[in-house]
Design a protein around this ligand. Structure first.
Ligand code: AMP
Ligand code: MN
Ligand code: MN
Ligand code: MN
Length: 274
């Protein structure tokens, strides 16, 4: 049986496992196909390609882009099957990861105003990550006793409108869709049920969106059907995965629940070839 997961994170963004540990985890769960989709960079692939074939896993390249779409706080697009060696991607990474680093510095400054003074080791660790995100900031809030969980960190400090929220530099969704195509990949709307309705996804389809994530922990059963119907109606690729970060224990269960199998995987692979 073929079984694939096309949305996962590693220490190259806000995940906790190394690419190698992630591959091993999926191998042990009898997966045949896997994508690592770190935020705004493909660093994992620079250490991963030979490893995957050694483990007998088929690796599909991927990257999760944070984009600007209308006034939505978030619009995440996954580029699948992209050429991760393209110099244009390196340029994108330089620009966006620098933006993430600048935002982190600005958030740390605000944190100090709130009376939190992270030590040099903590800051060193923070700035070592190539793709610094709010979950890393949440970890510092936990360390300093302001909140107990990453969830609470977002709810109380990091979501839009909260004291430590700062918008990050990102490209528009239409620009990212064209960029993914120029890298030879397909653009998939990540976790659509988070905030999108089929009506507002239509505009993205107009920009050339190729697929939607039907299987995702945020898509409860009802929404999985809504988005599968939407994909079929618009002849879009059906994708899916656990959006695994390895932060919460419950995520291990998600790996066994949110995946693509059989014909869905074959259709996705065929679509990536064209
Ligand atoms: P950033 O890319 O820095 O804006 O951070 C966004 C990331 O934070 C997402 O990719 C999720 O992994 C994580 N995230 C977003 N909202 C929450 C939440 N409410 N609780 C825990 N993690 C979250
Ligand atoms: Mn994330
Ligand atoms: Mn996302
Ligand atoms: Mn993700």
């Amino acid at each position: 049986m073929i079984r694939g997961s096309f949305h996962n994170h590693t220490i190259h963004s806000d995940g906790r496992l190394t690419p190698e540990q992630l591959l091993l985890k999926y191998k042990l769960k009898k997966f045949t196909h896997l994508s690592v989709t770190d935020h705004d960079n493909a660093g994992a692939y620079r250490e991963l390609k030979s490893l995957a074939s050694a483990m007998g896993l088929t690796l599909i390249t991927g990257l999760e882009f944070s984009t600007q779409f209308r006034n939505f706080p978030e619009c995440h697009l996954i580029g699948l099957g992209i050429n991760t060696d393209d110099p244009a991607l390196r340029e994108y990474e330089n620009e966006i990861l620098t933006g993430r680093k600048n935002r982190a510095e600005a958030i740390v400054k605000k944190m100090r105003e709130l009376g939190v003074h992270p030590d040099l080791d903590t800051l060193g660790e923070l700035y070592t990550n190539p793709s610094i995100g709010r979950p890393h900031i949440a970890a510092i809030l936990i360390k300093h006793g302001l909140v107990r969980t990453v969830q609470d960190g977002f709810r109380m400090y990091l979501n839009p409108g909260k004291p430590l929220y700062i918008r990050k530099h990102q490209w528009t969704a239409d620009r990212v869709i064209s960029f993914i195509h120029s890298l030879g990949g397909k653009a998939i709307l990540a976790h659509p049920a988070d905030q999108f309705s089929p009506e507002n996804a239509d505009e993205l389809v107009g920009y050339g969106l190729d697929g939607v994530e039907v299987i995702h922990p945020m898509n409860r059963l009802k929404y999985a059907k809504v988005w599968r119907d939407y994909a079929q109606k618009n002849r879009l690729i059906i994708s899916g995965g656990a959006d695994f970060h390895g932060i919460e224990k419950s995520e291990d269960r998600a790996i066994g629940r949110y995946y693509l199998e059989g014909q869905d995987v074959r259709n996705l692979l065929n679509a990536l070839e064209n």
